[in-house]
Design a protein around this ligand. Sequence first.
Ligand SMILES: Nc1nc2c(c(=O)[nH]1)N[C@H]1C(S)=C(S)[C@@H](COP(=O)(O)OP(=O)(O)OC[C@H]3O[C@@H](n4cnc5c(=O)[nH]c(N)nc54)[C@H](O)[C@@H]3O)O[C@H]1N2
Ligand SMILES: Nc1nc2c(c(=O)[nH]1)N[C@H]1C(S)=C(S)[C@@H](COP(=O)(O)OP(=O)(O)OC[C@H]3O[C@@H](n4cnc5c(=O)[nH]c(N)nc54)[C@H](O)[C@@H]3O)O[C@H]1N2
Ligand code: SF4
Ligand SMILES: [Mo]
Length: 700
Amino acid sequence: MNEVIRSAAGKRIGYSACPHDCPSTCALDVELLDAHTIGRVRGAKDNDYTAGVICAKVARYAEREHHPERLTHPLQRVGEKGSGEFRRIGWEDALDLVAEQFVRAEQRHGPEAVWPYYYAGTMGLVMRDGINRLRHVKRYSGFHSTICVNPAYAGFAAGVGQIAGVDPREMAKSDLVVIWGTNAVNTQVNVMTHAMRARKERGAKIAVVDIYMNGTMQQADLPVLIKPGTDGALACAVMHCLFRDGKADWEYLNKYTDAPHELERHLRTRDPQWASAITGASIDTIEAFARLIGERRRAFFRLGYGFSRSRNGAANMHAASCIPAVTGAWQYEGGGAFHINADIYRLDKTLIEGLDAWDRSVRMLDQSRIGAILTGDREALMGGGPVTALFIQNTNPVVVAPDQNVVKRGFARADLFTCVHEQFMTETARMADVVLPATTFLEHDDIYRGGGHQYLIFGPKLVEPPGECRNNHEVVCALAKRLGARHPGFDMTPRELIDHMLRVSKRGTLAELEANRWLDCQPPFRASHYLDGFAWPDGKFRFKPDWPNVPFRSPYRSGPVEAMPALPDHWRSIEEADGEHPFRLATSPARGFLNTTFNETPTSRAQERRPTVMIHPADAAGYGIVDGDMVVLGNRRGTVRLHARLFDGVCRGVLIAESIWPNQAYVDGCGINALTGADPIAPYGGAAFHDNKVWLRRAA
Ligand SMILES: Nc1nc2c(c(=O)[nH]1)N[C@H]1C(S)=C(S)[C@@H](COP(=O)(O)OP(=O)(O)OC[C@H]3O[C@@H](n4cnc5c(=O)[nH]c(N)nc54)[C@H](O)[C@@H]3O)O[C@H]1N2
Ligand SMILES: Nc1nc2c(c(=O)[nH]1)N[C@H]1C(S)=C(S)[C@@H](COP(=O)(O)OP(=O)(O)OC[C@H]3O[C@@H](n4cnc5c(=O)[nH]c(N)nc54)[C@H](O)[C@@H]3O)O[C@H]1N2
Ligand code: SF4
Ligand SMILES: [Mo]
């Protein structure tokens, strides 16, 4: 089919990249059985980040690729909204219908009545972001994407100045790997590959900070178990000990940081005893953690997303990122911090996204507030008119968005026209008026950027799509044609768009990328370690962030920015437990699902069994709850019924419900996000998925 296919042990192997929303972006070897069929999927051995290791769910991708429930034809709703009654229609009719409805919405309320809504079901730059070209050219409502990364990005950039850090492969050269707020065993398995190498080859220690004894915590030499939303307190106490014990590198601090003396003074009262009362971790554990960090100069801080999904999440990310600036760990190979590589690639996506047509005066609507937006909340609508038409690609908001009961009310509106382009009949697709069948990454060409590593990887079309599936680019271009939207990007193939982007970004050509499979974009050592200064005009790491002006790709502030702490601290903005809601609930990702992707594969469902909440046995006893009981969790946003699992690896007063199950997997169709809130996290929005107060009772 094309030159990236080779033969190994008599098998035809296609090169690809995992398209899923996972920081690992693994380089893949895909067994090709014929022009339509794949076999086993493996991690590329010759890619030094993937290193031959991928997660089990993608290794058995054939199950999803060839699933009997793949959508294969366009569908039009015939029954009530959400009834699941559709009839098969042809592509031309389906596209005409969608275009007609978008024109009607525009005629009634202006172009902002149409809201293109997408997310990272595929991370391919053409297929994920091409929808923005249509949005910009048509002046449809803007999409402020907040659901995932904003609190973490803002918190990391607040100190460092950008979203980039030490080469993730250097983890293998550390003496201490600190895995903070990411359950890497579940969510980005390759972190474990490199951390384990450091342990095996150098005797490195692994410390993990999390809110339950998950698979990653179980691998740790030092698991630091804390209560949700208290990482700022932990980080402060660690830095207190480092200053107290003479482990702060004052030469480094004076040269590379903004306010070290002020920080040191501020932390004098924030000792392990203070932090222990807030975090629930013992004073001994906090001291042991600080000692490890103080003694091992090559300490690599791998900071995840999980601990940023609280109302104080950006502030907590910043607090954790301050620690290596106090010890000066950044100076050493294997030392420093890394969250994700967002800012190293510098790709010019003008043609892919139609950025040259973007009118910044068009309103931006917050992805996470889709419930409020669709139910007519004036503030969420930015004072503008209603949204009456939705065009959705690569996301499943009826299940994944916070404040689910409000989201469902919005989707049920009779005057809302919804088109969903999907691979499966998700619960969002079920609410649509028109459903269009989508290709998978194996059925189209696209380019992927590593988050947890530094490679650009090309993923070519390897097999023919089933039925009449079309890729996102084809659908966006076909709609553009019907809607009279003009832009050179609509007349180019994905390969042409990728080649053009690479050339103008000075990243070579598609032919070169295809021949080499991937391109290493890691900046040089001095830059990655900020040895010539951090990414600020004065080159200094900021212990005192200028929160309203943290550099960010989309400057749409939200949440209580003015109340953010001036220096690292425990910011009391989380949903604390109270008399009515004695528990704190987090909804951490399950291993077998990737958000809701793989909800449909039998092996993932069997592995996860059923929706479950982990409860400390002593808490359960107080409510007469035994293992396996059906329980009800509730707060003012909703109630959820699921099974109890007694587990002493959580703190008292903390509940963990691994996610994300389909809503229909719960007895009454109410999914876990009925309990989560959509109020924005400062300073750039986001949903506090792991920061919920709830009550608990045994189901009658
Ligand atoms: N199997 C699987 N893999 C996934 C996903 C999935 O759903 N399933 N999702 C993908 C996506 S979209 C993303 S963004 C990444 C996210 O991956 P991660 O960076 O790992 O972030 P989370 O998965 O949100 O949470 C990670 C861990 O943080 C913990 N945590 C929650 N609150 C706190 C807190 O206040 N403090 C601390 N210290 N820890 C806390 C959670 O319990 C969880 O164990 O993973 C991707 N990979
Ligand atoms: N309770 C709770 N809720 C959460 C989270 C949590 O930790 N807890 N995590 C949040 C996070 S971090 C995120 S990122 C969001 C993610 O939420 P979503 O972005 O909604 O992710 P998925 O649920 O995996 O849905 C992606 C969909 O894209 C479809 N898709 C994949 N590739 C393509 C393609 O090429 N074309 C088209 N048209 N469709 C495609 C897949 O079939 C799938 O149904 O969920 C958030 N929700
Ligand atoms: S670990 Fe992440 S990137 Fe790698 S194959 Fe699994 S889902 Fe894809
Ligand atoms: Mo995410």
